[in-house]
Each structure stands twice: as C-alpha cells, then as structure tokens.
Design a protein around this ligand. Sequence first.
Ligand code: NAD
Ligand code: TYD
Length: 378
Amino acid sequence: MRKLKNVLVTGGAGFIGSNFIHYLFGKSTSGEKAFEDANFSGRIINVDCLTYAGNGETLEDIDKTFGSGEKDPSKRRYFFEKVNICDRSEIERIFKQYDIDTVVHFAAESHVDRSILGPETFIKTNIFGTYTLLDVARNYWGVSLDNPRDDVLFHHISTDEVYGSLGPTGYFTETTAYDPRSPYSSSKASSDHLVMAYYHTYGLPITLSNCTNNYGPYQFPEKLIPLMILNMQEKKNLPVYGEGKNIRDWIYVEDHNRAVWLILNNGKTGEKYNIGGENEWQNITLLDKLIELTAKETGMNESDIKSTITHVKDRPGHDQRYAIDCTKIKTELGWERKMSFEQGLLLTVKWNLNNKDWINHILSGEYLNWVEKNYSKR
Ligand code: NAD
Ligand code: TYD
C-alpha cells in the first residue's frame, strides 16, 4: 500500500474532482454517508484554473474545515491554487512548495459538444497540460529508467471514449485498441499515450484509469442528466440527439472515485484499469426514468414533461455505444459498484432540485441558448 502524503489533485473544482476531494475528506456530496471511509490523512493541493466548468464554491465546506478555516497552519490539509496546468513555472512552484508525492490528474476540457465547436482548448489543456504535469513530475521526482521510485505516483484520469464506438455487442477491455472519434476523445487518447510514454521512456511511475459516463452531484448542467433535470424545471424542450438510441454505461461518481482511490493505494505501477457501471441505457429510456423521478419529486405532470421531448439533429460523429468490461479492477483490486442506478438517479435528481443556487452560480447563462443555437430541431 502506497503512502500518499501530499496529493496534487488537478481539476478539483470540477464535477468528479470535487467529489473526489469530498470523498477523501470523508464527506459524501449526496447528503448521505459515503459508502466507506477513505482513511486519508495527508494533504490535498487542488490546482484548478476555474474554467466555465469549475466552481470554487463546491469546496467551501472543505476549505472551512480543512483549509483556510483551520487556524493552526500546521494542521491545514486542504489548499487551493488557481493555476492553469499549462503554466509550467507555476506547476514547478507547486511541486516544490508542497513537496508533491502523488498526482491525481482530473483537469480537462470534458464536453464532447464543445470540442466539436472549438477543439483548441481541448488540445491545449488535455494534451499540453498533461504533458506539462508529466514533465514537471519527472524532473521534480528525479526518476528515470535507471532511477525508479515506488514512493511517488502519477495517476491519470481518462475516459472509455478513447476506445471509440461499439456495436450492439461486446465490451471495451484494457487491451482494446484506441479508436477515438471526437476532438475530446482524441485529445484524451493523446494524453493517455503521453502518460504511457513517460512510463516506458522515463520510468515515471504511473497508473491510468478509463471510466464510463459519471452521474451525481455537482455535474455541470451541459451533460445529459443535469441538463435534462434543469430543462424540465424550466419547462424547456428536452433535446434528444437523433433517435435517442445511443447507449451509455452510467456510473455513480462516488463509485468511480472509490475505484480511483483503490488504484492510488494498491494499483500496479504502469498499469491501466477500466472502470464501468455495468449499467447500460439508451438515452431515451434514461430520459423516461428521469422524467418519472422529476415528476414525482416536483409534483409536475409526467405527460406534460414528456411532450417537451424534442428530437434534434444528431451530434456529428456520435458514438453509438460505450460499455466497459471491468473484470480487471474487480479481480485485481477487489472493487465493486455499490450504488444502484435507482438510488443513484434519485439522489441525483433530488440534489439538482435542491441546489438551484449552485446551478445558477455555475451557469454562465450562455450555455442553454448555445444548445438551442447549435442543435436545430429536425
Ligand atoms: P469538468 O469539466 O466538470 O471539470 C474539469 C475541471 O478542470 C474544472 O474544474 C476546470 O476548471 C478544470 N480545468 C479545465 N482546464 C484546466 C486547466 N487548463 N488548468 C487547470 N484546471 C483546468 O470535468 P469532469 O466531468 O469532472 O471530468 C474530470 C476528468 O474525468 C476529465 O479528465 C474527464 O476526461 C474524465 N472523465 C469524465 C467522465 C464524465 O462522465 N464526466 C467520464 C470519464 C472520464
Ligand atoms: P453527454 O452527457 O454529453 O456525455 P458523452 O457525450 O460524453 O457520452 O451525453 C450523453 C449522451 O446523451 C450522448 O449520447 C449524447 C446525448 N445527449 C442528448 O441526446 N442530448 C443532450 O442535450 C446532451 C447534452 C447529450
């Protein structure tokens, strides 16, 4: 088991990263108790430049208890640095200042639709930003093939989208060849390759994980689930791309983060692990479930909501199906999914209904109009 002392979390103000930080500090974001305690006793240095998708407010409770709210500086365990991961001198300063021994790299541009409209920031953050972190880690830790270390680790968070699109059968395994189709997934594929290259060429101790679609609290309302819940409340159209028959495999964010935590502690250096929910749904069926739950929770009329489903022009290069075979992490690290889809979806609907302030604050206001502008009615 590795000793994780000074953990640099990138993208900790985003959806999965902020849930990860809460999990490490023993707090569940759903309002219910976390499934299990991470028993983490080290420090977290959250590096996030706060793009449209990052919201510092998400970590206010953590900062109050473990960060600036702790009056004794020697007892502080949470630090926030508003820094872009592409800024090499700032990343070098942070490694030195906090004596970083572990990196958990979440920061990325993460939305496929945005990558289609403007790939440049995806190339910068996802590829160049990952390179910058890898290179600073390699230099700061002084590793090489002749000077290996087992007391430091760079963990890279990635997506199953790097594997491309599945037909009706089959699953992505860790050995499936990469076949990315969108600018987002190709930038993530590129970053995965860089991570493996730093392991093979420079002996940087790395682990890598490729996960399916996450859902849960604090997801930016441009992704399918929170966008639909928001639109229902605002009586806006529910834009379904194409026929709505595309399939995604959904995992509750805390189940993903528990898997990441296991890999950090016990994962084999140089290895990649697939993480999946074993929970496949066609978009249109998932939307039906969301409508049912939202109607029940708000007292809105279910068929009124259903009448707002609007089939819009399909996403270009829309991957048909993602599905992960996660046998490796189950058998090697003993991970298993704990959240049922029924419970997770209900928690997520409730969270989105009860946290309108957070949603209003993170929304630039421009996004919903942007969807309507870019995906016209068929
Ligand atoms: P997100 O968009 O909610 O959050 C990304 C965070 O990174 C934001 O806080 C943003 O401010 C920060 N960031 C972006 N560019 C940055 C930069 N240049 N420097 C510093 N900070 C920067 O994303 P998410 O959904 O939480 O995804 C986190 C990671 O998980 C990503 O690497 C993504 O590819 C991966 N992933 C996501 C999913 C999913 O379903 N959301 C599934 C599998 C893998
Ligand atoms: P999304 O949440 O953007 O995740 P990803 O593209 O990374 O899988 O989309 C999930 C699925 O929902 C995907 O098949 C696209 C579809 N979708 C819609 O039909 N309408 C929408 O408004 C959005 C945002 C997504």
